[in-house]
Design a protein around this ligand. Structure first.
Ligand SMILES: [Zn+2]
Ligand SMILES: [Zn+2]
Length: 92
């Protein structure tokens, strides 16, 4: 999961914190396996839609295996959008 804000030219509205599912010990992440970055409102919306599709897919795969969707690196649940988008902090 890549922060689209890094390619966004618009003025940022929020700082979003994403759990780097399956890659949360990659070294670019904080102590909790998260990465934060500034994004605009439009990017946040499309990011939320992407994350929703992503966790839906993880859940479907997990269901076939009879388990629950989780980050393979740290075991944190990855069932809901809020499991990936950990925090959204308004800048204004
Ligand atoms: Zn944007
Ligand atoms: Zn993790």
């Amino acid at each position: 999961m890549v922060l689209p804000g890094t390619q966004c030219a618009a003025e940022a509205d929020v700082i979003v914190t994403l759990h780097q599912i399956h890659a949360c010990s990659s070294g670019d992440t904080d102590a909790f396996g998260n990465e934060s970055g500034p994004v605009c409102g439009g990017c946040l919306e499309s990011m939320t839609a992407d994350v929703r599709a992503y966790v839906d897919r993880l859940r479907a795969v997990a269901r076939r295996r009879g388990g629950v969707a989780a980050c393979q690196t740290c075991g944190a649940p990855a069932m809901h959008v809020s499991d990936v988008i950990r925090d959204v902090r308004p800048l204004k």
